[in-house]
Design a protein around this ligand. Sequence first.
Ligand code: BG6
Ligand code: BG6
Ligand code: GLC
Ligand code: GLC
Length: 917
Amino acid sequence: MFAVHLMAFYFTKLKEDQIKKVDRFLYHMRLSDETLVDIMARFQAEMEKGLGKDTNPTASVKMLPTFVRAIPDGSENGEFLSLDLGGSKFRVLKVQVSEEGKQNVQMESQFYPTPNEIIRGNGTELFDYVADCLADFMRSRDLTHKKLPLGFTFSFPCRQTKLEEGFLLSWTKKFKARGVQDTDVVGRLANAMKKHKDLDVDILALVNDTVGTMMTCAYDDPSCEVGVIIGTGTNACYMEDMSNIDLVEGDEGRMCINTEWGAFGDDGALEDIRTEFDRELDLGSLNPGKQLFEKMISGLYMGELVRLILLKMAKVGLLFGGAKSSALHTKGKIETQHVAAMEKYKEGLANTREILVNLGLDPSESDCIAVQHVCTIVSFRSANLCAAALAAILTRLRENKKQARLRTTVGMDGTLYKTHPQYPKRLHKVVRRLVPNCDVRFLLSESGSTKGAAMVTAVASRVQAQRKQIDKVLALFQLTREQLMGVRDKMRTELEYGLKKETHALATVKMLPTYVYGMPDGTEKGKFLALDLGGTNFRVLLVKIRSGRRSVRMYNKIFAIPLEIMQGTGEELFDHIVQCIADFLDYMGLKGAQLPLGFTFSFPCRQTCIDKGTLVGWTKGFKATDCEGEDVVDMLREAIRRRNEFDLDIVAIVNDTVGTMMTCGYEDPNCEIGLIAGTGSNACYMEEMRNIELVEGDTGRMCINTEWGAFGDNGCIDDISTQYDKEVDEGSLNSGKQRYEKMTSGMYLGEIVRQILIDLTRQGLLFRGHISERLRTRGIFETKFLSQIESDRLALLQVRRILQQLGLDSTCEDSIVVKEVCGAVSRRAAQLCGAGMAAIVEKRRQDQGLKHFKVTVGVDGTLYKLHPHFSRILQETVKDLAPQCDVTFMLSEDGSGKGAALITAVAKRLQQQGKEN
Ligand code: BG6
Ligand code: BG6
Ligand code: GLC
Ligand code: GLC
């Protein structure tokens, strides 16, 4: 009995001595909680640095966005292929995720070897090899006939800008294939797959193993928001708030960040805790100076660290009586699995002896105890360091959520964590000690990272399918060159119809004579009033023209026309106009003045002379009763008479296109065409009298107001019209009319956009499938909003803010789609408008028998002026469809009021001359 006690005492004493010896020797490797808290703080600062846009380039912890935005919600389904490359084993898998969700994930897999000559050879050969393994797997499982989406788990640091692309930052661990760094590994694999002509795979997602692990665990436990690998390498990912990720646009929701914590310390931040053994190990590694944190922790290095320590201890006579063996001198002879075996509870000591003997050593009892303790110190340090970094992540999560206490799950994987007998317990304990305000559940990923990668791929595949649906809708707005030429030619035909007596009555493009015969010649002068009605704003102006110096001074005031007046009775409308004139005269101190007036009236009017105009029909937003078929000049005169306060001499009625042409013509005599791309769309141009069959006389020219907005009212462009155009038309004040205008002008583009958005929402592709009241509201997308949304200078966030202002609660993805929709609609508008303009300039060129025709077009309208791309696309289209014409577009800075005054000046002079004769 006594002997047993003595033995036990002896043994305990021996053990204590050995442990003390090793503890002393490895003093630097034993980290106190104080040190761990310090490391935790350093890692928190590193994360911050990696996330910041300006600090990221120099950060060693790269904090890589993964473009994985949500954990699985159980709705994922389908059949996927998966590759798992970069851990200790390379696997190819087929994963079946069923609709019923959770319980139903089936996997079939096969391991393939990764010989050193492949993983450290030529990069192209590496990807060829991976592709060959995949092909072998598919053929052996009879998957050649299917096009399957593939998720690629690639456990190395990659810079991603989207889910299906990733540029390798650097190889880590055992890999070092040439010519892969800085290339897109998805592209590389896809290229390699092309060699297998019978196979068709679609690589939809690139996933780090930490991310795959987190997603795998989250499938079973939705509160999993961190993934940690402690295997060949070590790393962690977690869900970060988008608003903290500077490198990715958008601030809503969360995104998984692959921290790549293995590189912590690469900038020297951990020098105070690194030991001579860490430095020696690093020097002998494939990537010296890199992954310094990983090298203190992970499985690839742990055995080697132990070997270096044992060697040193033997050298200084602390072990094996100073004896060394050649195996102990050989790199890689102690592996992590040996460390794990030596630390086993019961067999540990026996294992240690066996392992040391196998290394050609002759260990004593005390040697074995000492060696075992070396292992413990090294693996404990590993767990401590991991715990510190993980504690930093958990603290960050808790702070992001502004919670006093965080309850969360961490998904775990990696051979070291899984097979080392003490590791998990130690890690968990330290973490809980470092972050007492977090309740952490550690969940081991039983099925590796592939199940999670399949979830990511499933989401990507759903997004891809949705993208296809969106593209299908947008494609309806993409016109081919042939289609645009078709539009140009049909427009040309309609222009001719409108001019000819025979066809005029049935023509849709009315080609209205304006009785404006020429351009201003600079001799115009006088003081005029002008009205400008029909665009976005109603203005009253005073225009003073001085002859000779071609100088014009204008004073104007904008007045509102309430909707109930625009759509009330004609009398009310004209009374309101006269009221505004009275206010203006008052405001200008001109009460009682009798001035000649030019009336810009931006609606189709049939004229028989310059001061008579019968309204053919209201367009745009006007619908006042008892006006159509009436002479609007008479209506204005009567309203003035009714008011009986002042008298005005209405000398001319002018369409806004004509006013614009004249405004620009005053500066540039080459200006013979006027274009409005604003609320409405229309053009006028100078036509040969001989072509205008409705007006007597064959000499000289007259301006024709084409009223091209009505182009297509006979169905001639139905082939390019979409269901959305139809809906917009049906919801308008003048259904069936102004079909071309409804595809090209500001008043309707927003409506087309709105109709598309409603449809996409209905299909579940936008706004989470919810059609809000706001979206149902007509007219919410005014031209100015379309223009803002499409501005290139605008970040996504700002687009989202505009949409929010419009009452549309959109996600960032929604904002991207909305912007694309706006782009497709406005682009088509600009192209169609360009095709119309090409028809006019070509006609003018041919009518004059010219090979080349040089002309200036005066332009006005909010769409042209505000939209960031409309004018450019319009001009490009004209150039393309009328290559023999050299068309200059001149923006009318002063509106059409000036032109109207010039016309009035000429008309007034002619009037007086008429009287004198
Ligand atoms: C596996 C995962 O279970 O663990 C891999 O499927 C991962 O994606 C690996 O890389 C990490 O552990 P180890 O020890 O194999 O590097
Ligand atoms: C203005 C002209 O500048 O532009 C108006 O003075 C014209 O006559 C208008 O109707 C057209 O643009 P919008 O966008 O206001 O309809
Ligand atoms: C290395 C890789 C990292 C990976 C980890 C675990 O640190 O750089 O991407 O997650 O190993 O496999
Ligand atoms: C509408 C009108 C037209 C006007 C155009 C631009 O198309 O019918 O007369 O020129 O809008 O304002």
